[in-house]
Design a protein around this ligand. Sequence first.
Ligand code: GLN
Length: 210
Amino acid sequence: MVTIGVLAVQGDVAEHMRALEESGARTCAVRRLTELAEVDALVIPGGESTTMSKLLCAFDLFEPIAARIRSGMPVWGTCAGMIMLADTVLDGRPDQRSFGAITMTVRRNAFGRQVDSYEEDLHIAGLDGGPFRAFFIRAPWVESVADDVDVLARAGNAQNGPIVAVRHGAVMATSFHPEVGGDNRMHDLFVRMVKDCLSSRKEQCACDGD
Ligand code: GLN
């Protein structure tokens, strides 16, 4: 079984942990280095990216998480978590930091303010079982991605709509809150990604040992 951490400095930590467990993972709330060391992968929940950045630096967690991501730890950022994974953040605070795990430009609060929060049925590439009810809460969108980044969904399911879900290898980012609404398919997808990533790494190690 894989162990997936949920970054627990703020946001819907319990909801993500429940959904991941229902999807067959062991979970761990990550607030300390010792907890980070125990996990195979990490979910960065929604919240407020400026605050999250500040807290991660204050708790001396920013650099250790960045190092784990650089060394290939699978990670999924949702909403504020998506912003944390970007390499370029628009409409951010000047002192806000992000991990640069995906080459993409993300605009904070792109859909407008709290009153502009909305929900819609999204077609997500690679997700079986029909559209996914997506909840956008002061959400960011992705303005551009590098060529090697997969675009999984666009707002309004429109061909040129704003990008709201992306994946690059073992790193995934979604603008919406998948932990709201009781549909665990996005969590299932991430658990599968983590399992695939760990098993291909094991094969790699076995080959290296030959
Ligand atoms: N607007 C928030 C930010 O900039 C994200 C909102 C959310 O995570 N629901 O971080």
